[in-house]
Design a protein around this ligand. Sequence first.
Ligand code: ADP
Length: 507
Amino acid sequence: MKSKLHVLYDVIRAVNSSLDLSEVLNHIISITTGIFEAEAGSVMLLSGSELYIAAASGLSKKIIRNTRVRLGEGIAGWVAKTGEPIILHGRVTDPRFKKVVKRQESISSSLCVPIKYKDRVTGVLMIRRSREKNYTAGEKNFLTAIAAHAGVAIENARLYEEERKKSKQLNREKKRLASILSSMADGVAVLNRDGVIEQANPVLCRFIGNGRRLEGKEFGSVYNDIPFEDIYSKVYEQGKSFFSEVEIPPDKVYRLIVSRMDPGGDSLVAVFHDISEIARAEKVKSEFLSTVSHELKTPITTIRGFLELMAVREHSMEQVKEYIGILLEESERLLRLVEDLLDLSRLESGKFILRKNLTKISDHICGMVSMCKLLSTKHNIILEMEPDLPLIRADGTRVEQVMYNLLINAIKYSPAGGDIVVKVERCEDSLKISIKDHGIGIAAEHHEKIFNRFYRVDTSLTRSVGGTGLGLASAKVLVEAHGGYIAVESEPDKGSTFIFTLPVEGN
Ligand code: ADP
């Protein structure tokens, strides 16, 4: 037979073999009921001022579920309150417990000992048997010793469970944070005090890391346009946030803000906000302003020069007439420029209204061709129109404006004259309109650019015929507002064909 010490050792080993609370409790019950030949046993744990059954053997599920004992009430409540073990034999006559155990009169002997942790009662361990064999004082002491070890094991398991819950919660929070970071449109990195990247979201890895992981790398080595010392001195020494605009070739611009993650904390959070669109718009705006001022300045300078010339000296009538002719021409150029500019700015800002109606577009095209025929005797404008073209939903006046811009260019840029062929045909879901000339043509490198505002191919002819560089830009906006597209096919010295489409479908 094993000595008490051996048994106690086995018990300690068993209850400490797991950190799972319910496993520990079940070990305690099965070992104690086994050693003490008990028919039933339970571990009751204290929650606030109530005991509940945390593990049991020989008790019905209903009892396990429903038993709640207040501190000081019944046997378990008394033991939990006083911290003293107790043995009860035969019928319970003790007035303290009578009320609670009246249903258990057949019990011959029961033993209830406190479970403690650091002198604080955390529960009770209770066993009972109905055979004619009473528990002895020695058994009471032995069960008390077992309960003392059980108390430590239970507390350890409890702490472990709490930690596990906390770490689960922490993991959940971490996952949540990671999913917020990865779904953000901004690039975000957490840096430590030495400028090493501790965390970076996928957007940032794409922005500055070409998709590679950035964790563990020094910020200064990944993004070396800004030395980390500058950030360090601003944030840690001056206690301010660091702001900068960073350019990442070929065409990205970000606003970088680096600040402390929490006041007094050591970590930094760096946010890269994509401002490429804003920067592009700013650039276009300033380019536009400088081009406009340049374009306006040229005729004004000419006008002023001639006026000065006329003011300082006497001129013959002939000369005055010539100067006035130039002045008129230049002021008309100025007026045209301002009108074109206003029109284009209305078109581009989307503030113009397309008055789309079911339109017989061939009438507008014929009208414009007839009008342009009057503008040049050197050119032969030929109209080739497919019969039975469908009606389309379009703004006839605006389509005339497109036709005018393209026809006037065909005339202007074919100084030797010749045929200009206007073709109108049905092409799948669109009407395709092309204007072909035999003029100076356009080199391929200019094909896209000529649709930009103010863009003019610099040739002696373009300089001499004059123009604002706004006609094709307006044509493009108008065609696209109708849902069509505009393009050019051209080769230098061979002539150009401008093509635009107007959708038929959905009209
Ligand atoms: P503008 O004619 O007032 O200069 P546009 O926007 O109409 O402005 O045209 C832009 C440029 O495209 C012109 O300056 C010219 O260099 C070129 N271009 C347009 N149409 C033709 C054409 N039919 N043939 C040759 N070059 C053309």
